[in-house]
Ligand binder design. Structure first.
Ligand code: SF4
Length: 353
């Protein structure tokens, strides 16, 4: 199929069947497109929409985002996962205010220099917001292209990735860049879907090699799977009077970086927790109940969370001398970023007490 045919088919399909009512397509600005693109990294549109609406309602522009407290940004991100995205958005907003007068930059070099923005996201924002001529290569585009050309190598491999970039550049039109960019994402998201491609509705069908071979779902080829390591951690749900639970802010980098969580111990035997707490938190505690283990999978390991409830013995203020600790009020929760399993455990605690 020639690039001209590809563009013509894709754009006329988009005019009839593409998505034209997404919240970030209304009052389109580079800021709104940027936020949506960052949220859409690794996340589906239907999941993103409610988060996007809340985020934009609270932070209507770059300046408001830059002036916000990171805790509030993370709070609005709670549940969406991959929290580095939220921290990078906030960091980028500060940089844009410092270096670009609060206006989202127009040059590709300036956009890609912002934290958390790779080549595909930079291209998508500039194409969607300014109709600029840059290709994209997100998961949807990789899927369409690997099927169309029956590329039977893992797309994450360097050479294959370069080949895919060359193809996405080849198909790029001279005009209607915003529509073309949205169209190719839409085709991947709504027709050429991962497990159930609707080839009968696809404008590329007559030239798609995977369709001709009857094996679209064999593409993109998966990376050989590694067995993920298993880790165990105890989360200590320590309560004091008035339904207050101790939370600690996590370090800024690493899993759930900057979010708030329960004190964590590698000690999974509850009988050893009082001694651990005395030593680490300076608090005398009495453990109460062990809750069922919660399993949480990250890209590089499985985490088994052992939740244990506990109460303070006597009164001690030692923990308040530690930086970044708070007694979180279960009945009047304030706004702070919480890791998803912590949020669920707090909800269960609230229901129990
Ligand atoms: Fe995807 Fe099927 Fe279209 Fe090929 S014909 S691009 S496999 S939806």
């Amino acid at each position: 199929m020639t690039p001209i045919t590809f563009r013509r088919r894709l754009l006329s399909w988009f005019d009839k069947h593409g998505r034209h009512e997404l919240p970030w397509q209304k009052n389109r600005t580079a800021y709104r497109v940027w936020v949506s693109e960052v949220m859409l990294q690794q996340t589906q549109v239907t999941t993103v929409i409610p988060y996007y609406r809340k985020f934009i309602k609270r932070f209507a522009n770059i300046k408001q985002l830059a002036e916000a407290n990171i805790d509030e940004v993370l709070h609005l991100w709670t549940g969406l996962g991959y929290y580095a995205r939220a921290r990078n958005l906030h960091k980028s907003a500060l940089l844009i205010c410092r270096d670009h007068g609060g206006r989202f930059p127009k040059s590709f070099e300036a956009v890609i220099a912002l934290p958390g923005i790779g080549r595909s996201t930079a291209g998508a924002v500039l194409a969607l917001a300014n109709d600029a001529r840059y290709p994209i290569l997100d998961g949807n585009v990789k899927r369409v292209l690997t099927r169309l050309h029956a590329i039977d190598r893992w797309p994450g491999e360097k050479q294959t990735e370069q080949e895919l970039w060359a193809l996405t550049e080849l198909y790029l039109p001279q005009k209607r860049l915003a529509d073309f960019t949205q169209a190719i994402m839409d085709l991947g998201a709504t027709v050429c879907t991962r497990s159930n491609p609707q080839c009968d509705d696809c404008p590329m069908r007559s030239d798609c090699v995977a369709f001709q071979n009857g094996n679209p779902t064999d593409y993109p080829v998966a990376k050989k799977r590694k067995v993920l390591p298993e880790k165990h951690v105890t989360m200590l749900m320590l309560e004091r009077e008035k339904k207050e639970v101790l939370l600690i802010r996590r370090p800024p980098v690493g899993i759930w970086g900057g979010l708030w969580g329960f004190p964590e111990s590698e000690q999974t035997d509850p009988s050893l927790l009082p001694a651990w707490s005395k030593k680490t938190l300076g608090l005398q505690i009495k453990t109460q109940q062990q809750w069922p283990v919660v399993r949480h999978t990250f890209s590089h390991f499985h985490l088994h969370i052992h939740p244990v409830t506990a109460a303070l013995v006597g009164e001690s203020n030692a923990v308040m001398e530690l930086a970044d600790t708070v007694w979180y009020k279960l009945d009047h929760p304030d706004r702070r970023g919480l890791a998803a399993p912590v949020k669920r455990l707090l909800q269960q605690l609230r229901n129990e007490t």
